[in-house]
Design a protein around this ligand. Structure first.
Ligand code: BGC
Length: 417
C-alpha cells in the first residue's frame, strides 16, 4: 500500500508550505475547508486550541470533496513532512494507516472513552489494527435537498416525497423563470448527487449492494440504468453555466433565490448558517425524495500522523479538543454536520441539525446507515475516483446512454479494484 500511495507524487501542487521544523507549540493542519461556512467552523477549533496555548499553522487546499487536498497531502508525506493532522475521508485514513505513517492516539482514546461514545460505523475508519489513528470530527450526510423558502412559496411548492414529485416541483420552478436546480459541474458534486439518486431509485438494499458491496450484478442492473436516467432528467434542470462551478457558489444561488434547490451534503447548511439564514423561515431542508429513513454519510476525520515526539503533545491536544463534547456541539452547529459522538445533546442545533441527529440515530439502529461512495465511505479512493469519473462523463455527455454508463461503470470499478 505504501508504494501505491507514495509513487508518482507530484510536488507541483497549489499549496504553499514551508518545510521549516514545526514548532512544538503549533498544530499544523491540512484541510479543504475554505468556504465561508467551513472557515467559520474551523475558527471554533482554532479558538479552542489557542486557549490551550497552541498556535494554528494552516495548510488549506481549496477544492470541495478534497481531491486537491489529498494530492497535496501525498506530496507532504512523501517528503517526510508530516502535518500534525489532515482532514481525511474514510478509506483514505485506512490507506495511510496501512502505509505505516499514522500515529497512535489509543492512550488518549482510552482516557477520553472514545470507544463508548464514537459510533461503530466511524470506528471502522478511525481505528486501524487496534489503534486509534484518527479523530472523527463530525458526521455529514449527503441525501439532502436545500431549498429557498421564498421561491418555494412563490411557486406554491410542497415537500417532494418521491422522485416524480421532485420532477414536478422542478417543473414549477422552471415555469416561474427560476433556475430549478443549482449544481456545480465538478465530478465530486455530480457523484455526491448521484449517491442520493441511486438510493432513491433502488432503495436501501440496492444502495448497499451496488455502492458499498460493489456487487457487479447490481452495478449493471436495470435499476442502475434507471438511476442514470433519473440523473439525466435532473441535469435538464441545471443552468447552462454549471460546468466547473464550486459547490458553495451553487449554494449561494439558492441562498439568494436565484435557484430553487441544491442537492448537497449538509456542509451546504454551513453556508446558510454563515449567511444568517434560519431553517423554516429562509430555507428548508428535506431528505432527498424517496430516501427518508436512510442516511448516506461521510465523516471528516483528522488523520493523525506519526510526528516526532516533541510534536505529540500538540497532537494530543488537538485530538482531545476535537472529541470533547462542547466542541462537538459548537463546531457542528456551525459546520452543518452532526456530532461524531452519540452523547452530545441536540439543544444548540437548529431544526435541520436536530433532524440530522435523529435521522442518524434511527438509521444506525435500523441498519440503513450507508457510506457515501462519492465521499470516501463506500470504497477505497481508486474505486471512488473511477465512479466520480463515469458519473461526470455521463453528466457532461461524453457517455451518452444509461446502457453505456453502466458498462463503463462496471469496467472502471473493476480496473480500479
Ligand atoms: C467534506 C466536508 C466539506 C465538503 C465541501 C466534504 O468532502 O466532508 O467537510 O465541507 O467536502 O468542501
Amino acid at each position: 500500500m505504501l508504494h501505491k500511495l507514495l509513487i508518482g507524487t507530484a510536488l507541483a501542487t497549489s499549496f504553499a508550505f514551508s518545510a521549516h521544523a514545526a514548532d512544538v507549540k503549533e498544530v499544523q493542519m491540512l484541510h479543504w475547508w475554505t468556504s465561508g461556512g467551513e472557515a467559520a467552523a474551523l475558527n471554533v477549533l482554532k479558538q479552542d486550541l489557542a486557549k490551550e496555548g497552541y498556535a494554528w499553522k494552516d495548510v488549506p487546499v481549496a477544492g470541495g470533496g478534497g481531491d486537491a487536498a489529498m494530492t497535496a497531502l501525498k506530496a507532504m508525506v512523501a517528503a517526510g513532512n508530516y502535518p500534525t493532522a489532515s482532514q481525511m475521508l474514510g478509506y483514505t485514513v485506512l490507506d495511510y494507516a496501512a502505509a505505516g505513517v499514522m500515529g497512535d492516539l489509543t492512550e488518549t482514546a482510552k482516557k477520553e472513552g472514545w470507544d463508548k461514545s464514537v459510533p461503530a460505523a466511524l470506528q471502522k475508519f478511525s481505528v486501524y489494527d487496534g489503534k486509534w489513528v484518527a479523530a472523527p470530527v463530525n458526521v455529514h450526510s449527503v441525501n439532502w435537498l436545500w431549498i429557498n423558502k421564498a421561491v418555494m412559496d412563490k411557486i406554491g411548492g410542497t415537500e417532494p416525497k418521491t422522485f416524480d414529485d421532485f420532477v414536478a416541483l422542478l417543473d414549477k420552478a422552471k415555469a416561474a423563470g427560476v433556475i430549478p436546480l443549482a449544481l456545480g459541474g465538478q465530478n465530486w458534486q455530480e457523484a455526491t448527487m448521484f449517491d442520493s439518486v441511486v438510493l432513491s431509485t433502488g432503495g436501501p438494499e440496492f444502495y448497499k449492494k451496488a455502492m458499498n458491496d460493489l456487487d457487479e450484478d447490481s452495478l449493471k442492473s436495470d435499476t442502475m440504468k434507471k438511476s442514470f436516467d433519473n440523473l439525466a432528467k435532473l441535469v435538464t434542470y441545471v443552468d447552462p453555466n454549471f460546468s466547473g462551478r464550486d459547490w458553495n457558489l451553487a449554494t449561494a444561488m439558492v441562498i439568494k433565490g436565484d435557484a430553487l434547490v441544491q442537492v448537497m451534503g449538509d456542509w451546504a447548511k454551513g453556508e446558510f448558517h454563515a449567511a444568517n439564514k434560519t431553517p423554516g423561515t429562509d430555507f428548508l431542508c428535506y431528505r432527498f425524495p424517496g430516501t427518508d429513513g436512510s442516511v448516506v454519510y461521510n465523516s471528516d476525520m483528522f488523520g493523525m500522523f506519526n510526528v516526532p515526539d516533541d510534536r505529540k503533545a500538540a497532537q494530543v491536544a488537538l485530538a482531545t479538543a476535537t472529541l470533547s463534547k462542547s466542541f462537538q456541539s459548537a463546531f457542528n452547529v456551525v459546520k452543518g454536520s452532526v456530532p461524531a459522538r452519540t452523547d452530545v445533546p441536540d439543544t444548540d442545533f437548529d431544526a435541520c441539525g436536530k433532524k440530522g441527529i435523529a435521522d442518524l440515530k434511527k438509521a444506525n439502529e435500523g441498519g440503513t446507515l450507508f457510506g457515501s461512495l462519492a465521499q470516501g465511505y463506500g470504497a477505497p479512493p481508486a474505486v471512488a475516483n473511477a465512479y466520480k469519473d463515469v458519473v461526470s462523463k455521463f453528466v457532461h455527455g461524453q457517455i451518452k446512454t444509461s446502457d453505456e454508463a453502466v458498462t463503463e461503470l462496471v469496467k472502471a470499478i473493476d480496473d480500479a479494484k
